[in-house]
Design a protein around this ligand. Structure first.
Ligand SMILES: *Cc1c(COP(=O)(O)O)cnc(C)c1O
Length: 398
């Protein structure tokens, strides 16, 4: 997945353009810029690449999800449905706007189970945040139809599936709003950065203003701009955008490498009868950022995870026993442990987490191993890795 592996001359060229004029900020200073507007240029590249009307760059993927929620008018008193398997940014963003995260089960796609979403809808539900984890997507047709029926906003977190498609449309471009991260380990990187994409003009205008203190961006005197509503600072810097501008030009190259490496590993693992793979919904094409597979049970997966480490195969994650991506270890969320007071509404809204049964999610995450696909491997390294993976997994099964 990581674009940082292939940082090169094109990235340096765009960064040097910015260093030459010294304008590190994306807004204003028109006369000093020598015509360089890296953030603006990257926004139009994102629009073209992902086939959307509007893109708003921000400072991170977490900022993108927060800005998307704010732009859709989601806040205090609202519930947002999100998956048990995701990155902590999902609930961080929801709680930042004062809303309550409602975690629901995933299915064998490793993303939101549409049935679980349906069952979690209450009169307070305002949005569904689907997270396309580890390079592949949820059943978007099913989720879209649920959102249409109940008049809910569909937000796609495509941070880990940049370049994946569903019915030939880019992931992130299908819901009302889509979010990307360009942090240092994502398929394309800005160092730090993110983007909100949408075809909804109002949501875009809201994102544009909200991510820059509510500035209306009319004219070229920042001090004279009005503030139609409250905002915050989630701006990306011109230097970070410059790196992204080089990387997005290489996206199709990155995706091709990912697919090639993924295919070698998948073909090798397919020879083990006990190994099965995640379901990719009909019409979906993965970004191939990860290869996700299931083993027969939790204990086998634990043994396989250990055997893979011992065999020196890095980048294979058993999320069930990992603190990052799965509800099981999110004690700070369950107890709403915060540096500052959390509203009673959200605190009470989170109480369900101490009791709720997520055995359906456990069933999938307990048996899943996610193998990161790197871009820098040589053909020989991929083949060698495939062989070591087969040996380690086979030893864990027998
Ligand atoms: C990386 C990631 C984010 C957050 O992105 P940052 O740029 O690191 O803030 C959000 N959601 C998912 C699924 C991610 O993988």
């Amino acid at each position: 997945m990581p674009g940082f592996e292939l940082f090169g001359d094109l990235e340096r060229k765009h960064v040097n353009d910015v260093l030459d004029n010294g304008v590190l900020m994306r807004y204003g200073f028109d006369g000093m810029r020598n015509g360089y507007w890296k953030a603006k240029e990257l926004e139009s590249e994102i629009e073209k690449t992902f086939g959307v009307e509007h893109a708003q760059l921000v400072s991170s993927g977490t900022a993108a999800v927060s800005v998307a929620l704010a732009s859709a008018g989601i806040g205090a008193g609202d519930e947002v449905i999100m998956p048990t398997f995701t990155f902590v940014a999902s609930f961080e963003a929801i709680m930042m706007v004062g809303a309550t995260p409602i975690l629901v089960d995933i299915d064998d796609t490793l993303t939101l189970d549409p049935e679980a979403v349906k069952n979690a809808i209450t009169p307070k539900t305002k949005a569904v945040m689907v997270v396309h984890m580890c390079g592949s997507m949820a059943n978007l047709n099913a989720l879209k139809s649920i959102c249409d029926t109940h008049k809910l906003t569909l937000i796609e977190d495509a941070c880990q599936a940049i370049g994946g498609t569903y019915n030939n449309r880019a992931l992130g471009s299908i819901g009302d709003l889509g979010c990307f991260s360009f942090d240092f380990v994502k398929t394309i990187t800005c160092g730090e950065g993110g983007a909100v994409i949408t075809n909804n003009k109002d949501f875009y205008t809201n994102s544009d203003h909200y991510s820059d203190h509510g500035h209306d961006h009319v004219g070229n005197d920042r001090g004279a701009e009005t503030h139609p509503f409250l905002g915050y600072n989630f701006r990306i810097s011109e230097l970070n955008a410059a790196v992204g501008l080089a990387q997005i030009q290489r996206l199709s190259e990155f995706l091709e490498i990912q697919k090639k490496n993924y295919t070698v590993l998948r073909n090798a693992l397919s020879q083990i009868p006990e190994v099965t793979f995640r379901t990719v919904p009909e019409g979906g094409e993965e970004s191939y950022a990860f290869l996700n597979f299931f083993l027969p049970d939790l204990e086998t997966s634990r043994r396989a995870s250990k055997a893979l480490k011992e065999a020196g195969v890095d980048g294979c994650f058993h999320y069930y026993d990992n603190n990052w991506h799965y509800v099981r270890k999110w004690d700070h969320l369950k107890s709403a442990t915060s540096l500052y007071p959390v509203s009673n509404e959200v605190k009470e809204g989170l109480a369900y987490l101490s009791e709720k049964d997520f055995s359906q999610s456990d069933h999938f995450i307990g048996r899943n191993i996610s193998a990161l696909i790197k871009l820098s491997w040589t053909e020989e390294e991929v083949k060698d890795r495939a062989q070591r993976m087969v040996e380690a997994i086979t030893s864990a099964i027998n």
